[in-house]
Ligand binder design. Structure first.
Ligand code: 5RP
Length: 232
């Protein structure tokens, strides 16, 4: 395991200790979230914890079920006690960029149903200003090129340059679990993420964007000297 992956694993293990018997737990998506699912399943088995989980993606649901966790649809739970998920960037006030794993819409739906959201990450994810990581935007497939032009115009109106780029993998556009497409916006530094979030949400073809603002309760960040807890 490389040092970054060790940091991810340490942050995930620390988050697993936050889970208590009887809780409903939101499971994120990505390599750090996968470490959390593993750590959670190990704890649940060892301590006979009765847990219900809600997953943010099919990949995570498959992993969780494979490890013996109970996964329910979001519609079947009234509230989620804690969601634990990774991030692509952690900025000031725990503002986040997410969606590197194309799960941002389901992630946000699960986060918004959660009483507490813990971000887990390696130390390199913590930044002074969001935006070095291209901002993922989930776009309805119908008319997506027209929507991308509207995104570009909206971002330019904010004095930024977007260059929306359709995410392609293995020669085909990446499709989200909900059948949408992802555009990545290489805007560079985002000094006003709220303005960007507001502008993107006004565009009809945009399902959602990877800016998670005011949603994270805390972050557990793995570093060379162990795991640090960051608050808002
Ligand atoms: C998926 C996400 C992930 O949490 C994010 O991309 C971080 O991934 P990783 O833990 O693999 O670095 O937002 O949509």
């Amino acid at each position: 395991m490389n040092p970054i992956d060790r940091q991810k694993q340490a942050s995930a293990a620390a988050a697993a200790l936050e889970i208590e018997d009887g809780m409903t737990v939101g499971l994120g998506t990505g390599s750090t979230a996968a470490h959390f699912v593993t750590a959670l399943a190990q704890r649940a088995a060892a301590e006979k914890l009765r847990l219900r989980c809600v997953s943010t993606s099919r990949v995570t649901a498959d992993q969780a079920v494979g490890l013996g966790l109970t996964v329910l649809p979001l519609d079947d739970v009234e509230t989620i006690d804690i969601t634990v998920d990774g991030a692509d960037e952690i900025g000031p006030g725990l503002s986040l960029i997410k969606g590197g794993g194309a799960a941002l819409l389901r992630e946000k739906l699960v986060w918004e149903s959660s009483r507490r959201c813990i971000v887990i990450a390696d130390a390199a994810k913590v930044v002074a200003t969001l935006g070095a990581f291209p901002l993922p935007v989930e776009v309805v497939a119908f008319g997506h090129t027209a929507t991308a032009r509207r995104i570009d115009a909206a971002i330019r109106a904010l004095g930024l340059s977007a260059e929306p780029r359709l995410r392609i993998r293995d020669g085909v556009p990446v499709q989200t679990d909900s059948g949408q497409l992802i555009y990545d916006l290489a805007c560079g530094a985002l000094p006003d993420p709220v303005a960007v979030a507001t502008a993107l949400k006004r565009i009809t073809g945009v399902m959602d964007h990877g800016l998670f603002l005011g949603l994270a309760s805390e972050a557990l960040v793995g570093g060379v000297n162990g795991v640090s807890r960051l608050g808002r």
